[in-house]
Design a protein around this ligand. Structure first.
Ligand code: AMO
Length: 438
């Protein structure tokens, strides 16, 4: 991080930059983590986004009005400390600031709703109620620094594979993924919906842009309250002309490998704090067909037949037999959306896949229908109103290349990379059936 001062000159250095400034006068700024008086010396620890710094105040060496400011400080208040950087005798910190001056910038009003130092246990709900403060806890902050690295890695990977980043509407007139879990909104007196995915747009865009990706929030009115569903989730979507399902599965494998390599390299501190060690998975990932999954479940005593959906309980059973990343391929036509292509020789099945990590579904995708008549047939089969899709269908008459793609739940991938079991922990301000604030 480069050295910078803000307009008021409250900060010249971040905590992590003290090591390069021994003997120099600096200003550090952050929030009060601890305040300990030992005789005529007070130790003030200040945290900022980069870590912890200690400032040492000696009563004998400071004007009374400067030293007495310490009395007004409350934990978590924002302060700016001016002083000279020196080596520290503290076991935890190598450098410290021999304080010459102190400014209380913004006072934290007590009692605070939680202790961001994590010294008093707070449940997740309580933490989320005060998320802005909760993020001062280095472990929680580490999750979002890692998320940032992950997003950058994915973006760079897709761009290097020739994908163009796009942004599609989130207010839409027609359901994309079927009607069950749609949020309806009033759009100037007309019915509109919050987008469940960019599915139809991304398919249309391959006609001209060839390979597209979008990273954005999508909305599902999830009635069930689970540890891996949100009503607003962050999705990485790709769509590519002249690629088949195998091609985009390969792209997904490469993305996961690159993401784990990048995050492991760039987030060593964060992973240490989170207690996670990551291993770059071998490719190709294991592939089992849907039928094989059903057979496996039956052999394990689960009452299943071909055509049944794989329920949470089934995925838990499969997940304990298949650790790590694996694909479930070739789903029956009845279990996949209208835009997924049937296998010609086995019309009961589709060119489709889900990427799993143990029990957790991370992504799903497949080869798409690119023939208008077939798409209409599929819409009817799925019980959807063909007229409602006319805007989309007409595009198929402009010349539509064969194409494939997938959607990946970034929050879910974050759960895997950080070892967190609840999706709410890896989302800044999660939205679920019961939570709309903050
Ligand atoms: P699907 O509905 O399977 O496919 O969604 C793709 C991926 O998005 C994630 N996901 C969710 N994450 C958190 N909360 C939710 N409520 C939620 N819903 C979905 C999952 C899932 O695997 N259009 C297709 C993708 C495609 O074929 O390109 C689609 O949306 O990780």
């Amino acid at each position: 991080m480069t050295s910078r001062s803000n307009s008021k000159g409250l900060r010249t250095h971040y905590a992590s930059q003290l090591k390069d400034s021994v003997g120099k006068e600096v200003r550090i700024a952050g929030w009060v983590e601890d305040l300990r008086a030992k005789g005529s010396i007070t130790f003030l620890t200040v945290r900022d986004v980069t870590g912890l710094a200690q400032a040492v105040f000696k009563r004998d060496e400071l004007p009374e009005e400067e030293y007495s400011k310490l009395k007004k400080l409350t934990l978590q208040s924002v302060v700016s400390v001016r002083g000279i950087v020196g080596r520290s005798l503290s076991k935890k910190l190598e450098f410290e600031v021999k304080a010459k001056g102190l400014e209380l910038v913004s006072k934290a009003l007590h009692p605070l709703p939680l202790d961001p130092r994590g010294r008093i246990d707070a449940g997740l709900d309580k933490r989320l109620d005060s998320r802005a403060l909760d993020l001062r806890n280095p472990k929680n902050l580490a999750i979002f620094k890692l998320r940032h690295a992950l997003v950058q890695s994915i973006r760079a990977y897709l761009i290097s594979n020739g994908f163009i980043e796009v942004s599609t509407p989130k207010l839409i007139g027609t359901a994309t993924e079927g009607g069950a879990d749609l949020f309806e909104v009033d759009y100037f007196g007309r019915k509109a919906y919050l987008a469940q995915s960019p599915q139809l747009y991304k398919e249309q865009l391959v006609m001209s842009l060839d390979r597209v990706f979008e990273m954005a929030d999508y909305f599902r009115a999830e009635k069930s309250s689970t540890r891996r569903h949100l009503s607003e989730f962050y999705s990485v979507d790709v769509e590519a002309a002249f690629m088949d399902e195998e091609d985009v599965m390969g792209l997904l494998e490469g993305l996961i490998r690159k993401a784990i390599e990048d995050v492991s390299r760039e987030c060593t501190e964060e992973l240490k704090l989170l207690g996670v060690s990551l291993k770059v998975p071998e490719v190709p990932f294991e592939r089992i067909t849907y039928d094989e999954a059903v057979e496996e479940l039956k052999a394990l005593g689960v009452d299943k037949k071909v055509g049944d959906d794989l329920l949470d309980s089934d995925l838990k059973v499969l997940g304990s037999a298949h650790k790590g990343f694996y694909f479930i391929t070739k789903w029956p036509v009845g279990l996949k959306p209208f835009y997924i292509e049937r296998i010609k020789e086995e019309p009961e099945y589709t060119y489709s896949f889900d990427l799993q990590h143990g029990y957790l579904e991370i992504a799903s995708g497949g080869r798409r229908v690119h023939d208008r008549a077939e798409l209409e047939r599929r819409l009817r089969e799925c019980g959807l109103d063909v007229k409602g899709f006319e805007e989309h269908l007409k595009v198929f008459g402009y010349g539509m290349p064969p194409h494939s793609g997938w959607g990946l739940g970034l929050d879910r991938l974050m759960m895997v990379l950080t070892g967190r079991k609840n999706i709410r922990e890896v989302t800044l301000y999660p939205r679920d059936r019961f939570r709309l604030v903050p």
